[in-house]
Design a protein around this ligand. Structure first.
Ligand SMILES: *[C@@H]1O[C@H](CO)[C@@H](O)[C@H](O)[C@H]1NC(C)=O
Ligand SMILES: [Zn+2]
Ligand SMILES: [Zn+2]
Length: 529
């Protein structure tokens, strides 16, 4: 049904309306539609705002959505996507359409048919030719479907998945309707009809609804990535609020992988182990490091001069059965992708504990591999795994690849883990220890030592120095008691300990640790290697 006043509309809108049931428009016509001009009268959305009682009976969304000039660009797109136009044309299926106004559509950082991934893969010609058209339409479909909530009337606070599968709800804030979690303002309601409503979205905040994972908020202190865009980051970081981490005196700060300030201030370094060329360390460093000598926490004067995240290392292991990345840093740039791809890519990412989970979904997607985390720590997950790349391990030991075993030890976190790598059963292995136990300065003197020297510490909280109780220390020891190892690799650069009696040193350190903490009767004193 065409509105009677159509002749008063610019011809571009006429084209949009006439496209209703035909084949999808070619991309060049869609691009042209973005040049639409807004007339001052109709650009005031309140003109079309019906009062709460007005529901036009017998009229459905497809009849009215083309009438509001302020949303003409978006309503044109709804007609290009068959499942969407079909739905809006179906009197028996209700929907709330979240229609961005024309300004919002024009001001999007990326056009709705664009996906940065396509440019990465296909270059500047990503949307040329038939394949390009198909890609553009696929992206347009996702864009439009993100704006259709399959419910109306839609109650405040009620969560629904849009047609593209994103969960949304709305809240009243300062007398305004805001679509959550992106916090996008609804400026008016253009129509209320028999099968739903058309809500108009604000130009400035719309961009929050359209972000890629590279735009997601990352906590600068710990490197954890959250399911909220940097334009509206979470209120706080639960990892840093926990006593095992800290918020620096300068306060909670956020960035994202796409954020300009980060891309110019962070880079990753790659160092191959001088004793074993199959082991490579990846660390993040600020391009302009801070010169302060302050201790951790106090030295975080600015986020630009600090590395993104805690400062840990990811360790690439080139095993005979494929590459494993043990632990992770948040920063992932082209240099890192190239480095790892040149080493043969990844079969698996395995992470010791939540402090190093960081941006693991980004890494898993980039390298097309699974990521292994401990199920018992899942309360610390901050992102939904939409592509099913996470494996949450429940077994005490788990074979990642032949010779590569994930060992749950507990203590620092319930799922705090070791990774044991032994390429030949006859040879003692390597133990990757992260924060599950901590190499301490006295342990790096690789000489014969008198009894009574210590090599490791066992803390619940490292930066805040809260020790573990005797049963947790015993649990850590027991988890590795049946494994052989002569080398240990800590969570940070330099923390490698190599010695024939390393296992003896672990047990000795555990006994010293508990005795000096005043635990005279702990069961660990009965243990032998
Ligand atoms: C569809 O929307 C109309 C108009 O608001 C309403 O009267 C009706 O109850 C809705 N139907 C369903 C199934 O929600
Ligand atoms: Zn944090
Ligand atoms: Zn930790």
């Amino acid at each position: 049904m065409l509105p009677a006043s159509l002749s008063a509309y610019p011809s571009a809108i006429l084209c949009l309306l006439l496209a209703a049931s035909a084949d999808p428009r070619p991309l060049r016509d869609i691009i042209k539609a973005f040049d639409i001009h807004q007339t001052p009268l109709l650009s005031n959305p309140l003109v079309n705002m019906p009062s709460d009682e007005t529901v036009s009976t017998g009229v459905i969304i497809s009849d009215v959505i083309g009438k509001t000039q302020a949303i003409a660009i978006f309503s044109g797109l709804t007609r290009d996507i068959d499942p969407v136009s079909g739905r809006l044309d179906d009197a028996s299926q209700n929907a709330t359409v979240l229609a961005p106004n024309n300004n919002a559509m024009k001001n999007l950082k990326r056009k709705p048919w664009e996906d940065p991934g396509d440019y990465n893969t296909f270059g500047a010609e990503a949307y040329k030719g038939q394949d390009g058209e198909d890609r553009a339409h696929k992206n347009l479909r996702r864009f439009v479907e993100r704006h259709i909530v399959p419910e109306s009337p839609w109650e405040e606070g009620k969560k629904f998945k849009t047609l593209d599968g994103n969960e949304v709800w709305w809240e009243s804030k300062d007398g305004k309707k805001k679509i959550q979690p992106a916090d996008v303002e609804v400026t008016s309601i253009a129509d209320k009809v028999a099968n739903g409503e058309v809500w108009v979205l604000d130009a400035i905040t719309l961009v929050n609804m359209h972000y890629e994972s590279g735009d997601l908020s990352i906590c600068f202190t710990c490197g954890t990535q959250f399911d909220a865009p940097l334009s509206s980051p979470p209120k706080n970081c639960p990892i840093c609020d926990d006593p095992r981490q800290y918020v620096p005196p300068t306060g909670q700060a956020w960035t994202s992988l796409n954020n300009e300030a980060s891309t110019s201030s962070q880079r990753n370094e790659f160092i191959t182990d001088p004793h074993d060329p199959r082991i490579h360390y990846i660390t993040t460093t600020p391009t302009a490091p801070s010169k302060t000598n302050m201790p951790a926490g106090l030295s975080d004067a600015t986020t630009i001069t600090k590395q993104l995240g805690i400062g840990e290392r990811a360790i690439l292991l080139q095993t005979e059965h494929g590459n494993v990345l043990w632990d992770l840093v948040a920063w992932l740039d082209d240099g890192t992708k190239d480095f790892i791809k040149a080493k043969g890519g990844l079969k698996a990412i395995v992470i010791s504990h939540p402090h190093f989970w960081t941006t693991h979904l980004e890494w898993a997607r980039c390298f097309g591999c699974p990521v292994y985390l401990q199920e018992c720590d899942k309360e610390w997950l901050q992102r939904e795994d939409k592509n099913n790349v996470r494996t949450l391990v429940t077994q005490p030991t788990y074979t990642i690849l032949p010779g590569v075993t994930l060992i749950r030890a507990g203590g620092h976190f319930p799922g705090s883990s070791f990774l044991h790598w032994s390429d030949k059963p006859s040879k003692p292995g390597k133990l990757f220890i992260a924060d599950t136990m901590m190499s301490v300065p006295s342990g790096f003197y690789h000489a014969d030592r008198l009894p009574g020297t210590t090599s490791f510490s066992f803390m619940w909280a490292y930066p805040n120095m809260i020790p573990l109780p005797p049963d947790a220390v015993l649990g850590i020891w027991k988890s590795i008691k049946d494994f052989d190892f002569e080398e240990s690799y800590g969570g940070f650069m330099g923390q490698n300990v190599r010695r024939k009696d390393l296992k003896v040193k672990v047990l000795e350190s555990a006994k010293i640790f508990l005795r000096r903490s005043g635990h005279e009767k702990a069961a660990i004193y009965e243990e032998t290697v």
